[in-house]
Each structure stands twice: as structure tokens, then as C-alpha cells.
Design a protein around this ligand. Structure first.
Ligand code: NAD
Ligand code: MG
Length: 392
């Protein structure tokens, strides 16, 4: 039996993970489940999966959950806060850890799993954007295996030859072709973008996801974060990562070799495929995803990204060019701006405005320690809040 901790189990990736686990109860045992503040959802999951430990980031919610579990006669230890999250990420009983908390809040728990040498199923891309260098170094030092859950990166992983971590040129890879759907506003008239509501921005044409990443897909900041994520995971630079807009979301990404071969991974847009892949790797297990019907898909289109329409993509490139703490600043400013947009405090087109303003006023420092990255994150959030306030 493989012990599994699911960080962020009540979210979109978390529930998809548990859906795959539900099909393989003979293979996986849930060791710990965690959520931010939704104690109802976590209680239901505890009833079904009977983990050893449940963690709520929110203290009051943890107390509520503890009471309900006791009443129901379930023996589940309840912890709270970041310390609780870090603890369950490193439990000896947990062989695998799914990192599916959204945003920078997921960094410390994911890092705790890496430091405990776990197999880390990494959905939380913000953790890598914030501290990629340190994160990958720690993984090497502690012999942790990082398997990407992000559909594009999982596809790239599936198309990569063995030994890619030595450098792509060493293994005959010329570039990575990172596909992007273009989100709900790929073809909307630009005047309309000023007025769009959070619900419109979250109505992704192909994928059902949490609200933060849905907005990131609509601005294409998601693809910007994914370029950075790909550089860390596959030990390469942005010049070797080409974004390819592919509206059908059937090809999840591609790897181009020096001999002209291009390998693609295809499938339905359903996160249970990459989740099942990473849970079973190097084997394969059923994910519950129906077969891809190519006759129903009919055609596959590809086009270059439009940087005028999607300034966030250009900002992400600029953050990589500046290096050091710049990606951490980009990520933090974006998290604050997206939250403000979802709260209807700023408009959709204000998101890149906030990010650019914060990037331009924050110094770039080399990331020589976790502290440097965390301080850059904190400072950028403060500036972003002020910038949001100035726009309201
Ligand atoms: P979500 O909002 O649906 O779920 C987030 C989970 O994290 C929930 O369980 C929530 O309770 C928990 N959480 C939120 N804030 C927290 C905090 N401050 N402390 C502790 N826990 C907290 O998000 P999601 O769509 O499942 O995305 C999770 C991660 O996976 C993100 O980093 C996202 O970029 C990445 N990802 C998601 C998808 C997708 O299809 N949803 C695809 C690729 C990558
Ligand atoms: Mg993705």
C-alpha cells in the first residue's frame, strides 16, 4: 500500500486526485488531507477516506472539524496552520505527496515534502515560480522525485527522453512546445475585456479549474508561470520554450528533437490523466477518463500567442529576463491582483497594470535563501495591495 498525503484536497486538483484514488483503494491509502477553511468538505472527505490526520490552515475551522469528527466517532487527528501542513507533508507514512494548494501558500508544505525525500506530485506551480532554484536544489539533495501534474508539464515529461535533467542538448532535444488554449478571451474584441466579470473570466472553454488559475488562463499569466515552471523542471531557458496557442486543448504539449521529430502527448482535457500518470509512474492505471475520440475532435489548430492582447505573457518573460526575485514579485503581485479582480475591486485589464507597477518598483535581488524569496513575496504583496487601493 502506498501512503498518500493530499495537500489542498478540497480543491479542483484535490478532488480529482481523490477520484482517481477512489478507483484504486487496494493500492493507495490516504494518510492526510488538508484544506484552507472549508471544514464541511474536509469532513466529508475524512468520512470517506479515513485519513490518520486532517489539517485546516484556519485555526477556527480546525476546531470545528475536530468537534464534528469526534461526534461522528472518527479517529482522525486534527492539526492547523502552516506547521500542521508541513508536518503532514513529511509524515513517514506518506510515500507520495500531492501538492495542490493554490498560490504561494503551498510553498512551505511542498518544500517540507521535498526535504523529507517524498515523491512529490506537483500541481502548485507558484511554489516553483517563487523559489525554483532552491526547490530543485533541495529535491536533488534529499533525493525527492518531482513529477509534474500541470497537464502541459506532465505531457512534456511523458515526451522527454531519459536523462533530460543533464541538459536538453545532451539528450537531443531542441525545444519544448508549450501549448495554451488561449482561454475564454482569445478572440473577444479588446473593448469587451475592460468590462468582463469574474464569472466570464472563469468560464474556461475546455477545462474546469479553481478560480485563481481560471483567471490566470484568461490573462495568459498562467502560461507565463508555466514557462518559468518548465525551465526549472526541465533544466532549460525560456529561449527553448515556445508557446503554441492550440484552442482545442487536445495536444497537451510537445517536445522537438534535433532530428526533426516532434513528440506530443494528447488526451481529453481532464486532470485525472496527469494525476493517474504521476500516481502510477512508471506504470499506468485507469484514471476514469474516457478515450479520446479523434473523429469528434476532427481538427487541431495552432497559432502564435498575441502579446498585445495578453500583456501578462510579456511580463512573465520580462521577469525571467530580470531573474533573481523578479519571478517571485511577478507571482505575488499577480495573486493579489487576481484576488482583487475576483472580489470585483478592480477590472480585468487592471491585473497586468498592477503586476507591471509592482515589478517596476521592486528591486531585483539574487535568491540566495528561502528568506530572500519570502521577503520579496511579502513586500510585493504589500505594494500590490497599495496599487490596487490606488485604482479603486
Ligand atoms: P482550488 O482553488 O480549486 O483549490 C485549492 C486548494 O488549496 C483547496 O483545497 C483550498 O482549501 C486550499 N487552500 C487555498 N488557500 C490555502 C491556504 N492559504 N492555505 C492552505 N490551503 C489553502 O485550486 P486548484 O484549481 O485545484 O489549483 C491548485 C493548484 O494546482 C494551483 O497551484 C494551480 O495553479 C494548479 N493547477 C491546477 C489545475 C486545475 O485544473 N485546477 C491545472 C494545473 C495546475
Ligand atoms: Mg497547465
Amino acid at each position: 500500500m502506498i501512503g498518500l498525503t493530499v495537500l489542498g484536497s478540497t480543491g479542483s486538483i484535490g478532488t480529482s486526485t481523490l477520484d482517481v484514488v477512489r478507483r484504486h483503494r487496494d493500492r493507495f491509502r490516504v494518510v492526510a488531507l488538508t484544506a484552507n477553511s472549508d471544514s464541511d468538505a474536509l469532513f466529508q472527505q475524512c468520512r470517506e477516506f479515513e485519513p490518520d490526520v486532517a489539517v485546516m490552515a484556519d485555526e477556527a475551522a480546525a476546531a470545528g472539524l475536530e468537534g464534528r469528527l469526534a461526534e461522528a466517532g472518527l479517529e482522525v487527528d486534527v492539526l492547523s496552520g502552516t506547521a500542521g501542513l508541513e508536518q503532514v507533508a513529511a509524515l513517514p507514512e506518506a510515500d507520495y505527496v500531492m501538492a495542490a494548494i493554490v498560490g504561494a501558500a503551498g510553498l512551505l508544505p511542498a518544500l517540507a515534502a521535498v526535504r523529507a525525500g517524498k515523491r512529490l506530485l506537483l500541481a502548485n506551480k507558484e511554489a516553483l515560480v517563487l523559489s525554483g532554484h532552491l526547490f530543485m536544489d533541495e529535491a536533488r539533495r534529499h533525493d525527492a522525485l518531482i513529477l509534474p501534474i500541470d497537464s502541459e508539464h506532465n505531457a512534456i515529461f511523458q515526451c522527454m527522453p531519459e536523462g533530460f535533467d543533464r541538459g536538453l542538448e545532451q539528450v537531443g532535444v531542441r525545444r519544448i512546445l508549450l501549448t495554451a488554449s488561449g482561454g475564454p478571451f482569445r478572440q473577444s474584441p479588446l473593448e469587451i475585456l475592460r468590462q468582463v466579470t469574474p464569472d466570464q473570466a472563469c468560464a474556461h472553454p475546455n477545462w474546469a479549474m479553481g478560480r485563481k488559475i481560471s483567471v490566470d488562463s484568461a490573462t495568459m499569466m498562467n502560461k507565463g508561470l508555466e514557462i518559468i515552471e518548465a525551465c526549472w523542471l526541465f533544466n532549460t531557458t525560456p529561449e527553448h520554450v515556445q508557446v503554441v496557442v492550440h484552442p482545442q486543448s487536445v495536444v497537451h504539449s510537445m517536445v522537438e528533437y534535433v532530428d526533426g521529430s516532434v513528440l506530443a502527448q494528447m488526451g481529453r482535457p481532464d486532470m485525472r490523466t496527469p494525476i493517474a500518470h504521476a500516481l502510477a509512474w512508471p506504470k499506468r492505471i485507469d484514471s476514469g477518463v474516457a478515450a479520446l475520440d479523434l473523429f469528434a475532435v476532427g481538427r487541431l489548430d495552432f497559432e502564435p500567442p498575441d502579446l498585445q492582447r495578453f500583456p501578462c505573457l510579456a511580463l512573465a518573460h520580462e521577469a525571467v529576463r530580470r531573474g533573481g526575485t523578479a519571478p517571485a514579485v511577478l507571482n505575488a503581485a499577480n495573486e493579489v491582483a487576481v484576488a482583487a479582480f475576483l472580489d470585483e475591486r478592480i477590472g480585468f485589464l487592471d491585473i497586468p497594470r498592477v503586476v507591471e507597477t509592482v515589478m517596476d518598483c521592486q528591486p531585483v535581488r539574487p535568491v540566495d535563501s528561502l528568506d530572500t524569496a519570502l521577503v520579496a513575496d511579502r513586500e510585493a504583496r504589500r505594494w500590490a495591495e497599495q496599487t490596487v487601493a490606488s485604482l479603486v
